[in-house]
Design a binder for this molecule. Sequence first.
Ligand code: NAI
Ligand code: 15L
Length: 276
Amino acid sequence: MSTSSQVSNNKLHRILLTGAAGGLGKVLRERLRPYAEILRLSDIAALARSEGAHEETVPCDLSDKAAVHALVEGCDAIVHLGGVSVERPFEEILEANIKGVFHIYEAARRHGVKRVVFASSNHVIGFYKQDERLDAGVARRPDGYYGLSKSFGEDVAQFYFDRYGIETVSIRIGSSFPEPLNRRMMSTWLSYRDLTALIEKSLFTPDVKHTVVYGMSANRDVWWDNSAAAHLGFVPQDTSEVFRDKVEAQPPVAPTDPNAIYQGGAFTAQGPFGDQ
Ligand code: NAI
Ligand code: 15L
């Protein structure tokens, strides 16, 4: 990417981080600091106050089109983490994720933002079985309303590239937590260090068009093949292996448990909501 707002090879003037009050947002608030002169932090939830000239906080509900347009103005790239991050009733997902991602791209178009990093999810392919190996081109099999919203987000990203040339890296994040919490996450775990490196590559690699990449560390038993995203040059440094003894000390999972069958684990069995 080459824009007048690019300060140096790996630094932009202003990056917008949505979902900045969330689990990953709090981590990235610190870790993205080297990559922007100013990080614009946004969330619907309360944010810790900005600490200096390198940060600004802008509260925003992603379902509010006008507010999102104001939020995006003046930004050089967007790291879009904001939204509902678990399976929930469709109406909640519709507002935060589906309308939210549309508003982000429309605002990007209107304000000339040329690069988006979209926090997609493994739940766009959650109904594949754990013995299947997937590349980025495989047909999506969302495992719920949440997965459907991320699948829509990937389609929006492709459309805005094809129509307007806005480039996106859609990261199908596996499980990004301090450590893997269960056996399934031994395959899906993405360390915070590797997540940060992947976002850096996603922001600064030239000519990504719309790239889909699986967000996973260098785990032993992986389900996903990232060869189609090799141009990002992402080489994970961490592995879930260091947590194996701890995770395998947990009670065994029944072979009939969705956590042992599907890539999306328990998400495949949540809902429907509102039938009671
Ligand atoms: P999180 O739930 O901790 O953070 C999401 C943030 O979005 C929250 O702070 C929430 O207040 C905000 N948000 C929700 N609705 C909003 C709205 N209408 N307007 C503005 N902000 C709103 O989730 P986490 O774990 O930090 O994940 C960040 C992103 O990465 C999410 O998009 C999630 O779907 C995605 N992801 C995360 C994974 C993980 O392992 N942590 C795995 C796969 C995807
Ligand atoms: C996700 O998409 C969720 O946002 C996160 O909380 C985890 O549940 C993760 O997937 C996972 O599949 O482990």
